[in-house]
Design a protein around this ligand. Sequence first.
Ligand code: GAL
Length: 686
Amino acid sequence: MDKRRVTDEKRLLHGGDYNPDQWLTYPDILEEDVKLMKLAHTNTFSVGIFAWAALEPEEGRYAFDWLDKVIEGIDSIGGRFILATPSGARPAWMSKAHPEVLRTDAYRRKHLHGARHNHCFSSPYYREKTQEMNRKLAERYGNHPALLMWHISNEYGGECHCDLCQENFRTFLKNKYDNDLDKLNHSWWGPFWSHTITDWEQIESPSPIGESAVHGMNLDWRRFVSHQTIDFYKSEIEPLRELTPSIPITTNFMSDNPEFVPFTGLDYSEFAKEVDVISWDAYPAWHNDWEDTATTASRTAFLNDHFYTMKNQPFLLMESTPSAVNWHDVNKAKRPGMHYLSSMQMLAHGSDSILYFQWRKSRGSSEKFHGAVVDHDRSSENRVFKEVAQLGQAMEEVSEKVTGYRRVADVAILYDVESDWALKDAQGFGLKTKHYGETLQKHYQSFWDKNIAVDIVTKEQDISAYKLLIVPMLYMMSEETAITLQTFVKNGGTLVSTYLTGLVDESDLTHMGGWLKPLRETFGIEPLETDTFYPSDKNTMVYKGFEYEIKDYATIMEAKGANVLGQYESDFYEGTPALTEHAYYEGKAYYIGARLEQRFHDAFYEELIKKMDLKPALAASHKRGVSIQSREANGMQTIFIMNFTEKTQTLTLHERVLDSQSGEYIEGDLKLKPYDVRIVEKSKEA
Ligand code: GAL
C-alpha cells in the first residue's frame, strides 16, 4: 500500500475519538455504541488516545481484553480503527514511581500529576515506556485487518525545563554552533546586557521567553523544543515502523486558539516530514459576535489549505465537534445546517475525513459538556445525532468523487513559523498589533471571496510553479530566501510583499547595510523607516481613485526603479510611496508598504487576478459569503458550492455542470438556502 494514501479503500472516513475506556463498567453502553455507530453512518474510530491507565493498570501488567472487544465491535459493522498510542496522558502510578516523567515549567517548578500533554520529552523512562507500550500494541493489533493507521499521542505541544532538557538544549546548541561559543555569542548578540557565555554550563533555557532579552537564544530554544518534541515522536514510532511498516502514521496537529491561526508551538513544517498523513483538529468559533460567518469560513479555509500544502496531499480532519466545544469563552451550539456545511467545507479543501471529538459525551470531568455525537440522552433522535447521520449518508454518496482528489492552486501565500516566533519576540513596532497569522488570513480572504485556490507554502517548498506568490510580513528572512524570491520574479513570477518584511536574518540579527540587496533589486525600492500607529492615528492611501485607510504600520520608502501606485496622504511622509510595482526581468514585484483595510486587499487583488487571468474553481457570479472550492482527479473536478450566509443566495453559473445529487445538468441561476451546499461535477477541460 502506498503510505501516502490515507486508506486503501475509496471511502471517506466518518467517526472520531472513541473513549470506551471511560465506560468499561457500563457494558450496555458499549453494546449501544456499536448500534448507534451504524445508525450514524460512521465507519472509523480512533481508540486508546488517553487509555494508558486502562491498558497498563499497574506497572508491567497489561490489559488488552477490553480493547479487543471494542475493536471487534467496530469491525462487526465494517468499520476501521485508528489506533492511538496513549502517551498524551499518563497513569498516576507512573508519575508517583517515576517523577522524572513530570514536566518542569519555565520557572523551574515541577508539575504535579494531573491533566495531560505534560510529560517531559527528554525523560529516558518515558521514552522507554512508550516504546514498550507501542510495541505491545503493534504486536497485538498490527495485523488486524481493520487497523487503518496509527495516531501518535495527542496534540504534541508544550515544553519542559528540567535538568535533562537543559542538558539536551546545550547538546543541541553545541551541534548547531560546532562546539564554538564564539559563534553562539555572535549569533545571540552576547555582549548585549552582558549576556556573553563563557562556558556551556552557563546556558539555561529562557525563563520564560517573554522575560528573556536574548532573542537569538529564545529562537534557538523554540527550535530546540520543536526538535526535541519531534525526536520524542520519532522514538515513539520506532517499534511501529519496525513491526507495521505498511500502516500509515499520523499525529494530530492543531491551530493557535482562540485566534484560529497557524499553530506556533512547534515547527510543523519539520514535523510534517515525519508523518505519512497530515491530520488536524479544527474548532472554528462559528456564529461568533466579532466577525461574519463568511470570515470565519475564510479563516477555516486558510488553515485547511495550510495543512493540505504541508505535504501537498489530502489530509484528515482528525477532530471537530458536531455541536459545541467546552473551551471557547462562549460555547455556542452549531445552528441547524452548520454542521453539514462546515464539514463539507473540510472535504472541499482536501480532507478525506470528518472525525469528531468525540463519539460519546463523558459522564464526568472537564469534557462532560463538550459536544459529541452521542449525548447523555443516549438517543439517535436528537438534532445533533440526526445531523451527523445525515452528513454520514451524504459522505457515503460522494466518497468516490472526493477521496484522494487533489487541490490545485496557482497562487501561494508564504507562512513561516520561525519568522512568527521572532516577530512575536521583537521589541518594537506595535507590541500588540503584529498579528502575523491574521494578516496572512486577510490577504487570503480576497482570494477565498473570488474562489481562487491558494496554497500556504513554507520557505523550503518549491515555489517555482506558482504564478503569484504573496509574502506578507516575512520579518525574518535569510539571504537564501531573498534570492529564492528574486529568482521567482526573474523567471516570470508575480510577487507581493508588505511592511515588516526582511528585517532580520535567521539568527534574529538585523541585516547589515539595510534591506537585503536581492529584495532591493527585486522590488525596486529602499525602505527607510517603519512608522507605527496608535489606534486613533489616521492616514490614508489613494489607489486607482479610491481612498483606503491605513492602520498600525506604514513603511516610509523611496522608489528606486519601482512605479508608485499609491502614496501616503498625510503626515511628514505625505506624498511618498505607499504601494509600488516593479517590472523585474520576466516578472513583477509589488510592495504594500502599509497595513491597509480589507477593501484595499479586495480591490488590489481583484485587479491582479484579472491581469494575470487567474481562474476560479467555476465561473459564477454571486454575493460575498458563497464559496466555491474544487478537488480534482483524472481530469474531473468535484466542486463544492457553499453558502456561508444566513440568507438565501442566488448565484449565476456561467458554466454547465452536473449536479451530483439530482444527476442533472445545471447552468444559470442556482438558489442556495442559508448554509446550503451543492456538489457539482465537470471535466477539467470543459
Ligand atoms: C482537543 C483534544 C481533544 C479534546 C478536544 C476538545 O484539543 O485533542 O482530546 O480535548 O480538544 O475540544
